[in-house]
Design a protein around this ligand. Structure first.
Ligand code: CP
Length: 359
């Protein structure tokens, strides 16, 4: 399986990411200059899955840009509950809003949506696939806290299997020079094999451990994640509750003074509350940065319609079906399966990037 999987919705070049970071810094420095930039514009936040940060930060971002907000916060309060397809929902909402942020449990749903409207669609998290705007928040946080994004050793701890934020962050950070990853998880929640392949192909340095304390002193960033229990068919029996994957103030004593702890939140028990008062705990500042980066992204998309849309440039191959049970092709009626050929010659789903097989 190709690593195309984690680049698709997050395909900004380093230069484009840096432009967004610079714009975000400018918004922080001079918010008044941006207060009316989106006057008369509306964002629709279509959340088919629960959210606190992502939805509210998109909404706050648009309001702070002078725009307005509409949307729904769960599938049950939308006509999806009556059986409406994503295609129809998007055709309708595209008449009401200038930009759409969508979270959906089916992998590839935002990509399907983008085929039914000219309004920019932002992926606000699709199943266990990716969460690119969280990554934008993460990049800004690392940049503001540490001062740069090159040459960092990044520890990723917890659910590396279903943690979509981890997948998107590795993709983005791999584009910066000299970045190393330390993968800290129980075997059952290890990073998917296709992502390991990608790092190997790209020559990205990484190591794997189950011992957070062993690697603590070498880390510049420790990215903690919660176990995505909602993505498991059977969550019992895994070692995720083990203490060794829980960050405590005691364990943090071994870290460098300038190291930073990030977490996309929500937290369950993987960081104890006594870590919060440590200056190295950056996860609440990270939520502020999420709003700012979403402001920067909205501005870019509305002002320049600058979303890099390499997805549509893929040749579409018919006659194969996606093997991913969580793919949008399994859920959306009359949605034809298409594949693209990966650099290594395999076939992957055009929507969710999972392997496909002959019909
Ligand atoms: N980080 C994140 O996606 O949080 P929410 O699920 O609350 O949006």
């Amino acid at each position: 399986m190709s690593y195309e999987k984690f680049a698709r919705y997050n395909r900004f070049l380093v230069e484009e990411l840096n432009e967004l970071l610079a714009l975000a810094e400018d918004i922080i420095a001079s918010p008044e200059r941006y207060a009316e930039k989106c006057k008369g514009k509306k964002i629709a936040t279509l959340f088919f899955e629960p959210s606190t940060r992502t939805r509210l930060s998109f909404e706050a971002a648009m309001i702070e840009l002078g725009g307005q907000v509409l949307g729904f916060e769960s599938a049950s309060t939308s006509s999806a509950a009556k059986g409406e397809s994503i295609a129809d929902t998007i055709r309708v909402v595209g008449n009401y809003a200038d930009i759409i942020a969508m979270r959906h449990p089916s992998e590839g749903a935002p990509y399907v949506s983008a085929e039914y409207t000219d309004v920019p669609i932002i992926n606000a998290g699709d199943g266990g696939h990716s969460h690119p705007t969280q990554t934008l928040a993460d990049l800004l946080t690392i940049h503001r806290e540490i001062g740069h994004l090159n040459g960092l050793t990044v520890g990723l701890c917890g659910d590396l299997k279903f943690g979509r934020t981890v997948h998107s962050l590795i993709s983005a950070m791999s584009r910066y020079e000299g970045v190393k990853f330390v993968l800290i998880s129980p075997k059952e929640l290890a990073l998917p094999a296709y992502m390991i392949e990608k790092m190997q192909e790209q020559g990205i340095e990484y190591s794997v451990t189950e011992d957070m304390e062993e690697c603590m002193a070498e880390l510049d960033v420790l990215y903690m994640t919660r176990v995505q229990k909602e993505r498991f068919e059977d969550a019992s029996g895994f070692g995720f509750a083990e203490d060794k994957f829980i960050l405590t103030a005691e364990k943090l004593k071994k870290a460098k003074p300038e190291m930073r702890v990030l977490h996309p939140l929500p937290r369950v028990n993987e960081i104890t509350f006594n870590v919060d008062k440590d200056e190295r705990a950056a996860y609440f500042r990270q939520t502020f940065n999420g709003k700012i980066m979403r402001m920067a992204l909205i501005l870019k998309l509305l002002e320049e319609r600058a979303l890099p849309d390499t997805v549509r440039k893929h040749e579409r191959i018919s006659g194969r079906v996606c093997t991913n049970k969580k793919c949008i092709t399994r859920m959306e009626r009359d949605l034809e399966s298409y594949s693209y050929k990966t650099p290594s010659g395999e076939y992957a789903c055009i929507y969710c990037d999972a392997p496909t097989e002959k019909k």
